[in-house]
Design a protein around this ligand. Structure first.
Ligand code: ATP
Ligand code: MG
Length: 474
């Protein structure tokens, strides 16, 4: 904040009114940490630039953004925007027309929500033309001006409303909320990257389940947005696959909640981590679908195979939403495996880890994945399970710690290196085969991962190979 004030002071000294604005003022009043501080000034960009140069601050220009410069003070970036007014046209998110203004109220009135439309001057005076402070106290997200107009101007704003509700635990003002369904057609022109950005911020927010529920109830999850790539543009679904979970009954033997309420509970039961939250959202996405929903011998509802089918659906959903490859792969793996945990006994656990090790590059990755899976399963059980019992999870966790500490699943973990084996056996496929054999024999308890035992095995192997060669020659 002190560095931002230096910028305000420098601009004010040149005679230009300047303010801290938007999220920084909101978070300051809420007592929350600031992650970026935006500055609003009446100085034109050239004046901002020359002020910065005079003070020795670096200036960065942002490509297409009108009148916004980034000033770097002590290595910290500050966005300095010249006050402007906007008019919107056919584009779903970008204004058609932008003009500088010398009236700060005009700039504040183009902002999305009352709590984001406050400015603070150097002395700490808050300029709050739309009652943002009162809404902060009441915990309300309210559009500045007519919500229908504002949402039609920019289709991203409804997602932002839900996102702020999920981040702050606020309610959306009734009139603002009711305007969302009327602006759904504007989502079509938004890029999938922007929509996914908001979805992911909702997912990791403290009130994520509230946000996800709002996405469904407002219709936002049922919209389509724009995906560009390889010279083509197409419309892709946001998250319509979630709707069939609402009110979907589940087996009463195991569950107290319907599938959507259960999904929301599982989200809340996971830590705020993108992979775990996506997995929580999608873990039961295939429940109730034709081909999956059935009735078991006891006449109870069943969803056999929802884990495998859910993983396929997750792959499709996360691909079209352009979620990063590494997040997508792990989420799909979690969804696929959430019903098939190993037994905690050492033998079953080793068998499971050996099979799963093929899906990962290192022991570190394998153990992180197992930890994530156990965390998801714990959240799943906590999410309305009849007679929740965590003892199996605890036992697996305990047993896995010991197994992963003492037993290798990757060649790099063997105490002898491939290079050493190649020196003795000669380069070729026999080296890899030998190392793989070692892993299997250590895992089965036949030998242990010590230099002595592995060297002995290596020498034995070398002697056998030598004998084979001699036999061939005679
Ligand atoms: P965060 O903590 O997520 O950064 P923020 O309020 O700073 O929250 P930004 O997206 O950084 O949000 O935007 C900064 C400010 O710009 C907002 O507080 C708001 O005043 C304004 N703003 C941003 N996006 C929009 C939009 N789509 N429509 C209207 N005003 C917007
Ligand atoms: Mg911000």
């Amino acid at each position: 904040m002190e560095r931002a004030k230096l910028i305000l002071k420098a601009l004010e000294e040149r005679g230009y009114k300047s303010y801290i604005v938007g999220g920084a003022v909101r978070n300051l009043l809420l007592g929350l940490p600031q992650h970026d501080i935006d500055i609003l000034t009446l100085a034109p960009p050239e004046e901002v630039e020359s002020t910065a140069l005079e003070k020795g601050w670096k200036v960065k220009k942002i490509g297409a953004t009108f009148g916004v410069l980034i000033l770097v003070v002590d290595d910290k970036p500050y966005e300095v925007a010249t006050a402007r007014k906007e008019a919107y046209g056919s584009h779903s998110h970008r204004p058609e027309y932008v003009e500088y203004t010398s009236d700060i109220m005009e700039d504040l009135s183009r902002r999305d929500f009352t709590i984001n439309a406050m400015a603070m001057d150097l002395k700490g005076n808050i300029i709050d033309p739309f009652g943002g402070r009162k809404d902060l106290e009441k915990g309300i997200i309210r559009a500045v001006g007519d919500p229908e107009e504002r949402f039609k101007e920019d289709g991203l704003r409804p997602f932002r409303a839900v996102r702020f509700a999920a981040q702050l635990g606020f309610e959306i003002d009734e009139q603002t909320y009711r305007a969302i369904p009327k602006a759904l057609h504007r989502v079509k022109g938004l890029s999938v990257e922007r929509v996914r950005g908001e979805l992911e911020r909702i997912l990791v927010a403290p009130y994520a389940s509230k946000g996800m529920d709002m996405l469904l109830k407002t219709g936002l999850a049922g919209t389509q947005c724009l995906s560009r790539g390889e010279g083509e543009e197409k419309h892709v679904d946001v998250l319509p696959e979630l709707y069939h979970l609402v009110d979907l009954e589940q087996s009463r033997r195991y569950h107290t909640l319907d599938a959507w309420k259960h999904t929301l509970a599982v989200i809340d039961n996971t830590p705020s981590d993108l992979i775990l939250r996506w997995a929580a959202l999608l873990h039961d996405v295939a429940k109730g679908l034709p081909g999956i929903r059935g009735v078991n011998k006891r006449g109870e509802l069943s969803d056999w195979g929802h884990d495998k089918k859910g993983a396929q659906m997750a792959e499709e959903i996360l691909t079209r939403l352009k979620v990063s490859q590494s997040v997508k792969n792990r989420v799909c793996w979690l969804v696929k495996n959430h019903m098939t945990l190993p037994n905690p006994d050492k033998k079953s656990l080793i068998k499971w880890l050996r099979k799963q090790s093929l899906n990962f590059k290192s022991q570190q990755e394998l153990s992180t994945a197992l930890w994530q899976l156990l965390t998801l399963c714990r959240a799943d059980i906590k999410g309305g399970m009849v007679n929740p019992n965590f003892s199996q999870l605890d036992e697996i966790m305990e047993s896995a710690k010991n197994v992963l500490k003492s037993i290798p699943f990757y060649e790099e973990e063997l105490v002898i290196r491939g290079k050493e084996a190649a020196e003795v056996l000669g380069k070729g496929p026999q080296v890899k085969k030998f190392l793989r054999d070692l892993l299997i024999r250590i895992q089965s308890g036949e030998m242990s991962n010590t230099e002595e035992e592995l060297r002995e095995a290596l020498n034995r192997k070398a002697r056998r190979l030598q004998k084979k060669r001699e036999d061939l020659n005679t």
